[in-house]
Write a protein that binds this ligand. Structure first.
Ligand code: PLP
Length: 390
């Protein structure tokens, strides 16, 4: 095939020259002759030309992501939602159907409800935890099936290998939003999924200082997604691409440490459940989790997210939230700081209390993205907030 215009996996070799890659901010690069302008301008050659058509900093990040996800290539975007919407729009056309789970990130749900139908795409919602519901949806011959696991904020898991196989048999392309469990925790491509999309704003960046998204998969899909990105312009900028490469060497270190802390935090919070201080702790790696067997098959560890349910509903949950002193309050996840979120006020605010309960989200649910402060400090903070508001 032609030289891809996106990053592809590179073999590792000992670094030579500057140990931090150069940051190239130029929007336009002068060329020596007409032939160079022709080849670069018609996208027959990859190289520095015009930033929207690709640039070295984003290709460096894409190569790292493709290597890590085990994909032919990767295409990077200005945000996770740009990667999600760009991947879907690049693959869909008028008259196509797409299956989207009820249990999906609010931004994806809003895009599916408000934008895809405007372009003549029919959106069919299904229950991600019921394979029978996916089978029923696949009988309607969708072009694309969207999956997301672990599910926010209930941390239930979708069986990626089983879903990918059903999609393949039905001739549908499978796309998973893997934001909640990046490598080394989960590798959807190895489980048979066609495309994996991440909000790289989260773990890949890891330091709360950038917005980014990436789609990884086979050349046939990457080519279409890269061309769509070039036409529509949501490419990852050089500065966040450089920061993502900076964050890269510590990805495993951060995630393994955050995952160890999450497991220990869940264990420590179980003591509060036994004491009757809180109603439940949800962590996929715990023996009490309904998807513990799937977790053992599909993930390397239980992830870095922990949800807890406090008695007293939303009123108590917001008082516990307000009483936190170590864990920060705010949107997002996956960074080195622990971050608490109240789904009833953020991601699931537009649902009624009834609808939230139907989706398995009690009003007293608090979601914690576990950072690097240490499990003991995080657990002590949550414990003081729970006891102070009892
Ligand atoms: N997917 C999931 C699961 C997310 O949690 C988010 C953001 O929170 C996104 C996609 C969107 O990512 P971004 O905010 O980088 O656009």
């Amino acid at each position: 095939m032609d030289t891809p215009l996106y990053g592809t996996p590179k073999s590792h070799h000992a670094p030579l020259g500057p140990l931090s890659p150069p940051l190239m901010r130029a929007s336009s690069t002068a060329q020596p002759d007409a032939e160079s302008v022709r080849a670069l301008g018609t996208a027959q050659r990859s190289g520095e030309f015009y930033q929207r058509m690709g640039h070295e900093n984003c290709r460096q990040f894409e190569s790292l992501a493709a290597m890590r996800e085990g994909s032919d290539g990767a295409v990077s975007f200005a945000s996770g939602m740009a990667a999600m919407s760009g991947s879907m729009l690049a693959l869909l056309r008028v008259g196509d159907r797409v299956l989207v789970p009820h249990e999906v990130y609010g931004g994806t749900a809003a895009f599916a409800a408000q934008d895809l139908p405007r372009f003549g795409v029919e959106v069919i919602r299904f229950r991600a935890l019921e394979l029978g519901d996916l089978r029923k949806g696949l009988a309607q011959r969708p072009k694309l099936v969207v999956l997301e696991t672990p599910i926010n904020p209930t941390l239930r898991l979708v069986d990626l290998a089983a879903c990918a196989l059903l999609c393949k048999e039905a001739g549908a392309t499978s796309l998973v939003d893997g934001t909640f469990a990046p490598p080394p925790i989960q590798r959807p491509i190895a489980l048979g999924v066609d495309l994996v999309v991440h909000s790289a704003t989260k773990f890949y960046g890891g330091h709360s200082d950038l917005l980014a998204g990436v789609a990884c998969g086979r050349h046939e899909h990457m080519r279409l997604i890269e061309q769509f990105r070039r036409r529509t312009g949501a490419i990852l900028a050089p500065d966040p691409a450089w920061l993502l490469c900076r964050s890269w060497p510590t990805l495993d270190l951060r995630i393994n440490a955050q995952q160890d802390a999450a497991r220990e935090l869940a264990h420590r919070l179980s003591a509060l459940v036994r004491e009757g201080q809180i109603d439940d702790v949800i962590y996929p790696g715990m023996p009490s989790h309904p998807d513990r067997d799937l977790c053992a098959r599909q993930m390397h560890g239980g992830g870095t997210m922990v949800s807890l349910i406090v008695p007293g509903g939303l009123d108590r949950a917001r008082r516990v939230f307000d009483a936190l002193q170590v864990v920060a309050r705010g949107p997002s996840l996956g960074s080195v700081e622990s971050l608490a979120s109240l789904p009833s006020f953020t991601t699931h605010a537009l649902l009624s209390a009834e609808e939230r309960r139907a989706a398995g989200i009690p009003d007293g649910l608090l979601r914690i993205s576990v950072g690097l402060e240490g499990a003991a400090a995080i657990a002590a903070d949550i414990e003081q907030a729970v006891r102070r508001t009892a």
